[in-house]
Design a protein around this ligand. Structure first.
Ligand SMILES: Nc1ncnc2c1ncn2[C@@H]1O[C@H](COP(=O)(O)OS(=O)(=O)O)[C@@H](OP(=O)(O)O)[C@H]1O
Length: 489
């Protein structure tokens, strides 16, 4: 009987029966189940080209199960789903859409019917959202008579009490309209699937949130973050991410398009800790510090993480960075002197202005720290002194251990040694060998006085703001900042 009326309803382009995709870890078997269903549909002339699917039990869409997205696209060319519950489970009117792997997910409405038609939650959902999607289950609603009742009355109530005009479109067009209305929602904001039991329940049992970092070293670049990472890894309870692909060993998840790969991609880059409570995973991506996106995204996924930042005099940082670019044969850095780059004015060629921007902007420490502090509480962020790390790394590492609360206490003064030839502190192995970061010491000449005084002036107000911020945070002023402030007075 149903097959005779195929043009009257939409087929369920999913797996055979009502299977939950997050229970299938293996992509191939998930796909097989979908193909079984599709073969059935094809055999009986049921249309399968609508590009729209809903996940049974809301499983696999959010928290994202990449296997589902892959199979959906391969088997059914799914382009849109209205499976609900992203990223906040309640209330319904606050739900948002997102796009992952080119599949659009936009929010649906309540599953359960309550007394919310007449001015309640259901009514508000329609009133406050230009687009609402509702699903009903034949079996849930007394063969859907209750569903019919509810929506007829809802429409009635809305047309009686408001000037809203109700309209409808097929799923794909509706989703397109949705993301035109809310372009800012196109990008997902990943949250920790283990923070909410309801999310955990519809997440694969083979995945674990233990593979997420407990702290981040956020940079900025050229302040000594690689040395800090090397020293951190000497601690028996601390491990880092594996080297990220294509980003010079850094993961760069929160600040780049890597973020769009999803959290499975991110978690794969971490080892499984042997002891979840005492092991500390971290990653260092020094471009996180000045990133507009990183603090918001990091705080959504890792709200409890500790944030380590290392600062040196921003003028020195700019100079080190420029020399680094030059050593890596950046064509603009090779053609223009440091002074030319930092002092370029508005009308200067675009390439030099772009290099200038990348060189100077990370040094606006106060601005970037304030951004991190709008997303993380003060006690989760520490500002380390990069100049002190160069002079007395054991003291900095003691401060870091205390801040992280990592055990056992590791004695860095016995395991770090100063290499006179290289001019840096290096790791001393048990066999008495030294492991340094660079094979040679610094190769470039000191900064010219003209450039230094230009930058001192350039960063003056920012340094004053930074000192006020550190004061507010109860964190000591690094020596370089004191020196810069003395120049002002
Ligand atoms: N112990 C030790 N060994 C080696 N290098 C040390 C050390 N402590 C601090 N530094 C300083 O670190 C500077 C490089 O900073 P980063 O590691 O943050 O650079 S990067 O952004 O990751 O490329 C690097 O800057 P350059 O000298 O300009 O290369 C060093 O001055």
């Amino acid at each position: 009987m149903l097959l005779r009326s195929v043009s009257e309803f939409w087929w369920f382009p999913h797996m055979y029966s009502h299977m939950q995709p997050h229970l299938f870890h293996n992509h191939t078997s998930l796909l097989e189940q979908m193909i079984l269903n599709k073969d059935f549909a094809l055999e009986h002339g049921i249309p399968v080209d609508q590009g729209y699917a809903v996940a049974p039990h809301h499983s696999g869409v959010y928290p994202v199960h990449p296997q589902l997205y892959e199979s959906w696209r391969k088997a059914w060319d799914i382009r849109v789903t209205s499976t609900e519950e992203y990223p906040h489970l309640k209330p319904a009117r606050y739900r948002k859409g997102f796009i992952h792997n080119d599949i659009m997910d936009y929010p649906g409405g309540p599953k359960a019917l309550d007394n919310s038609i007449m001015g309640g939650e259901l009514f508000l959902t329609v009133l406050l959202n230009p687009i609402s999607v509702f699903m009903t289950h034949l079996s849930n609603y007394g063969n859907d008579r209750l569903g019919l009742y509810t929506f007829l009355h809802l429409a009635d109530f809305i047309s009686t009490w408001t000037h809203l005009q109700l309209d409808t479109l097929p799923p794909l067009q509706l989703a397109q309209r949705y993301f035109t209305l809310f372009p800012q929602q196109r990008e997902p904001l990943w949250q920790n699937p283990c923070d909410d039991k309801r999310h955990r329940d519809i997440w694969s049992k083979e995945k674990t949130c233990d593979r997420l970092p407990k702290f981040l070293v956020i940079g900025p670049q050229k302040t000594g973050t690689t040395a800090l990472s090397l020293f951190l890894l000497m601690h028996p309870s601390i491990s880092s991410s594996f080297p990220g692909p294509r980003t010079y060993g850094e993961v760069q998840f929160f600040n780049t398009n890597n973020y769009l790969q999803g959290i499975d991609w991110y978690m794969e880059l971490f080892p499984l800790p042997s002891n979840v409570t005492s092991d500390f995973l971290f990653e260092k991506s020094s471009a996180y510090f000045p990133s507009e996106d990183a603090p918001r995204r990091a705080a959504a996924l890792l709200p409890k993480a500790k944030i380590l930042t290392m600062l040196i005099n921003p003028s020195d940082r700019a100079y080190n960075w420029y020399q680094h670019q030059k050593a890596h044969e950046d064509s603009t850095a090779s053609r223009f002197s440091f002074y030319d780059v930092i002092s370029a004015q508005h009308g200067a060629p675009a390439d030099i202005r772009s290099l200038q921007n990348r060189c100077l902007t990370p040094g606006l420490y106060h601005t970037h720290l304030e951004r991190w502090l709008t997303h993380y509480p003060v006690n989760q962020l520490v500002v380390l002194d990069g100049q002190q790390l160069r002079r007395d790394p054991a003291a900095v590492m003691d401060e870091v251990q205390k801040f992280l609360g990592v055990t056992p206490h590791y004695n860095y003064s016995q395991t770090l040694t100063f290499d006179q030839q290289k001019g840096f502190w290096c790791q001393l192995s048990e066999e008495g060998k030294t492991k340094c970061l660079w094979s040679e010491g610094q190769k470039y000449p000191p900064m010219e006085p003209e450039a230094r005084s230009y930058l001192s002036r350039y960063y003056r107000e920012h340094n004053i703001d930074l000192s006020k911020l550190l004061h507010r945070l109860g964190q000591p002023l690094p020596s370089w900042l004191r020196e810069e402030l003395q120049k002002i007075s």
